[in-house]
Write a protein that binds this ligand. Structure first.
Ligand code: KG4
Ligand code: ZN
Length: 350
């Protein structure tokens, strides 16, 4: 069964065709970064216009790369949320029109679940069912959370950020450091050779009382990054010109360490509490080599298996969207083949 996946939730326009959840026939991505860079961040109107312009060509390219005609597509999967409403609508409209024209099932996919499935995209990766139960640290531009995966479609949110996401913290920090957009890769590059202990930036939430809750979740598994960017802002006010001088690598490394310390500490706590044998890390920030190395060390110390997506599938792509649809296929008898899918900009996990 060949599933065509479409992703337009933010600033990547992407199409892929998968023959099963781990067999990628084609995967094409158009990154809009250059279009948004002059504005220092994603401009929703530009994102949706760019999706409209790029999607037809990417659909053709994905079919060509998969060596398939339209008659070779058995189902259409599309990101339904979370994301930018106007951007999501472009993918949803295209997917609905295609499914109708091809007379095939249409599936709306949660973008966060899609990131989770990126951990299993590699043909050499295990199947989700084989490693569950496990924990996933989801770190993207808009979300940061810890999820317990019981099995396909069975997820429980353990903790999440109370304010900024990890990727957002890196993006905001990069702006303050004068590095530009998108922040994550620029901070990673600037931090090379820097001393992560040069400045001790705050690590977010301090440990709470036993059993303390935050937003209905275990406070000790939650994150807070809003104080971190303020700390950097004040540091730069008190040290004018520091970001333009030789201390830049140290500042970038120290800032990045504060973001990652909080991630690794909560993940360690979740592993201990949940008693799982595997931990995964997915989402755009998980492409970061320093974070990957730190999680590898944690996995070794705690004796759990580490699941990471191959780098091209960490950031937004459509292969993961198609992959996440397979667990629901074939649709059960009597299920609606092509439901009307509204954009769900605030869709959460589980
Ligand atoms: O998952 P993603 O592509 O989009 C969302 O669903 O949000 O994640 C984008 C985030 C951005 O905040 C970006 O700065 C971050 O991933 N990112 C990185 C790196 N590359 C992208 N963060 C740290 N290091 C990187 N090399
Ligand atoms: Zn994403």
């Amino acid at each position: 069964m060949n599933v065509l996946g479409i992703e337009t939730s933010c600033d990547e326009t992407a199409v892929a065709v998968l023959a099963d959840a781990q067999r990628i026939l084609s995967n094409v991505v158009f990154s809009q970064i250059a279009r948004h860079r002059p504005y220092g961040g994603v401009v929703p109107e530009i994102a949706s216009r760019c999706h409209v312009e790029e999607l037809p060509g990417l659909l053709r390219a994905a079919l060509e790369q998969a060596r398939l005609g339209w008659d070779g597509i058995d189902a259409v999967a599309v990101t339904q949320g979370p994301g930018l409403a106007s951007a999501l609508l472009v993918g949803l409209s295209a997917a609905q029109a295609l499914a109708l024209r091809l007379d095939k099932p249409l599936l709306g996919v949660n973008h966060l679940e899609a990131h989770l499935y990126s951990l299993f995209l590699d043909a050499s990766a295990p199947r989700l069912e084989a490693v569950a139960p496990f924990i996933v640290l989801l770190v993207s531009g808009g979300h940061t959370g810890l999820i317990r995966v019981e099995g396909p479609g069975r997820y429980r949110l353990l903790g999440q950020t109370l304010d900024d996401a990890a990727g957002e913290a890196l993006d905001k920090g990069a702006k303050l450091l004068g590095l530009g957009y998108p922040g994550g890769p620029l901070v990673e590059r600037a931090a090379a050779g820097g001393d992560p202990e040069f400045v001790s930036f705050p690590r977010g939430l301090t440990q709470g009382q036993p059993g303390e809750r935050a937003g209905g979740l275990d406070r000790d598994l939650c994150f807070s990054y809003s104080g971190l960017k303020t700390a950097l802002l004040y540091y730069l006010k008190n040290h004018p010109g520091a970001a333009a001088g030789p201390d830049l690598p140290h500042l970038a490394a120290s800032y990045q360490a504060a973001v990652f310390d909080a991630l690794v500490e909560r993940t360690a706590r979740a592993i201990a509490r949940e008693g799982v044998r595997a931990v995964g890390c997915a989402g755009g920030v998980s492409i970061n080599k320093t974070l990957r190395a730190r999680l590898a060390r944690l996995a070794e110390q705690t004796g759990v298996r580490l699941l990471l997506a191959p780098p091209p599938y960490c950031t937004d792509n459509a292969a993961m969207v198609a992959a996440a649809a397979f667990r629901r296929l074939p649709l059960p008898a009597g299920a609606e083949q092509r439901p009307t899918l509204d954009a769900q900009p605030d869709l959460g996990f589980g």
